[in-house]
Design a protein around this ligand. Structure first.
Ligand SMILES: [Zn+2]
Length: 83
């Protein structure tokens, strides 16, 4: 089980931290935020996938694909629009 610093295009969508770690835990890989603990999608190491680097690249791509949290209008505004 290792956790290596990893470079991604986007920081953490929750706390904007750039302190991200790439975790290898048995046969899965994922990225997590060191500051708030948010986790990216888990990538399973598949037989024949080759080196761990391929799974790591997929984990980074999956992290960067995550949508940014939407700004939600206050409830009061939305209620006004529906009148
Ligand atoms: Zn975070």
């Amino acid at each position: 089980m290792t956790a290596d610093p990893v470079a991604t295009k986007h920081g953490c969508p929750f706390c904007n931290s750039e302190a991200l770690r790439l975790w290898f835990i048995s046969d899965v890989v994922h990225i997590s935020c060191k500051k708030c603990g948010a986790q990216g999608p888990v990538v399973k190491l598949e037989f024949g996938m080759g080196k761990k680097t391929e799974a790591a690249e997929q984990a980074v791509a999956a992290w960067d694909r995550r949508p940014k949290p939407r700004k939600v209008k206050p409830l009061e505004d939305r209620l006004q629009e529906n009148r």
